[in-house]
Design a protein around this ligand. Structure first.
Ligand code: AMP
Length: 287
C-alpha cells in the first residue's frame, strides 16, 4: 500500500506519532540518514517497509560526527528533493527532520564510545566520527523506539559499530544491513559523489573493480588475506588519480585485521579522488 508522507521536526510530535502507530499494533522501522537522498537510501526505505508497518526516515546532518576539518558546512543538502523522493517512494510514513537545536539543546555530557572499533579503518583519519555516529543513533533509537533499523552495507564499519553497540547495550532493535546500491559502472552511490569532477568520477569505479577482483579471487579459493589486500592495493595504486588511504581485510564483528579469510569478513577500502574521500567494501561469508 502506498504511504502518505508526513514531515515532523520536533521530538515531541514524533514520539506522539510513533505512540499512535504502536497503539494500533504497528511495527516501527527507522532509517537514519543525513539526507541528499539517492537510490541507496531508498533501498533502505523499501527494506524498512518490508520489515515493519510504520517507517520513519530521519534526515539530520549530525555535527557530532564531523571532525574540525571535515565537510559539515558544505555537506550537500536538499530537503525539498528528499521529501519529494520519500513521498514518491510510497514507503515512508514520516520524515523526521529535527534541527540541530532540537537534537542538541545543550552540549552533551553523555556520549557512546566504542574505542576499539571506532579507532580502526576510517577511525584513523576520522577519530571522533564513530562516537558521533553511535551517540546520534542512540538518541534516535531513544526518540523513535523502533523495532527495526536499516543501515547500508556501504558504510561497513558503521554497520559493525551499530550492531556491536546494540548487542553490548541490549538495545531492543533488530539491525538490518542492506546491500550497497551502485551506479552502472560499479561506483557505490553516495551523497559525496557530487564532490567528484568529471575526470575523478571516471576514475572512481576503480575501487569497486579492485574489490570485484578480490571477490573473484576469494571465490576461486584464495584465503590469504595479505595476498588479497596486496592485489586490491596494487589495482588502486595503478590509477593515476586515486590516492589510497587504506585497504584492509577484517573480521566483520570486531573489525580486527585477519591474515586468513574465514567466517564473516570485510575487505574495506578508502581513497581520495581530489577532495572527495570515497569508501567501499565487500562483505563475505568465507567457509
Ligand atoms: P548517509 O546519509 O550517507 O548517512 O547514509 C544513510 C544510510 O544510507 C546509511 O545506513 C548508509 O550506509 C546508507 N547508504 C548510503 N549509500 C548507500 C548505498 N549506495 N547503498 C546502500 N545504502 C547506502
Amino acid at each position: 500500500m502506498t504511504k502518505t508522507l508526513s514531515q515532523i521536526s520536533t521530538i515531541e510530535s514524533l514520539r506522539s506519532a510513533v505512540r499512535e502507530a504502536k497503539s494500533n499494533g504497528r511495527k516501527v522501522a527507522l532509517v537514519p540518514t543525513m539526507g541528499y537522498l539517492h537510490e541507496g537510501h531508498l533501498s533502505l526505505v523499501e527494506e524498512a517497509s518490508k520489515q515493519a508497518d510504520f517507517v520513519v526516515v530521519s534526515i539530520f546532518v549530525n555535527p557530532l560526527q564531523f571532525g574540525e576539518n571535515e565537510d559539515l558546512a558544505n555537506y550537500p543538502r536538499d530537503l525539498d528533493h528528499d521529501l519529494r523522493l520519500l513521498s514518491a517512494s510510497g514507503h515512508c510514513d514520516v520524515a523526521f527532520t529535527p534541527s540541530v537545536e532540537e537534537m542538541y539543546p545543550v552540549p552533551l555530557v553523555t556520549t557512546v564510545q566504542l574505542p576499539s572499533m571506532a579507532s580502526k579503518l576510517c577511525g584513523r583519519t576520522r577519530p571522533i566520527h564513530f562516537a558521533g555516529v553511535a551517540t546520534v543513533v542512540t538518541k534516535l533509537f531513544q526518540i523513535v523506539q523502533p523495532d527495526v533499523a536499516c543501515f547500508g552495507q556501504k558504510d561497513g564499519q558503521q554497520l559493525a559499530v551499530i550492531r556491536r553497540m546494540v548487542k553490548d547495550l541490549n538495545m531492543p532493535v533488530n539491525v538490518v544491513g542492506v546491500p550497497t546500491v551502485r551506479e552502472e559502472d560499479g561506483l557505490a552511490k553516495s551523497s559525496r559523489n557530487v564532490y567528484l569532477s568529471k575526470e575523478e568520477r571516471e576514475h572512481a569505479p576503480v575501487l569497486y573493480q579492485a574489490l570485484s577482483w578480490a571477490k573473484a579471487e576469494i571465490e576461486r579459493g584464495q584465503r590469504d588475506a595479505t595476498e588479497i589486500v596486496r592485489g586490491v592495493r596494487e589495482r588502486i595504486e595503478q590509477d593515476s588519480i586515486a590516492r589510497l588511504d587504506y585497504v584492509e581485510a577484517v573480521e566483520m564483528d570486531t573489525l580486527e585485521s585477519v591474515s586468513v579469510l574465514s567466517g564473516d569478513v570485510m575487505i574495506a577500502v578508502a581513497a581520495y579522488f581530489g577532495k572527495a574521500r570515497l569508501i567501499d567494501n565487500i562483505q563475505l561469508h568465507v567457509e
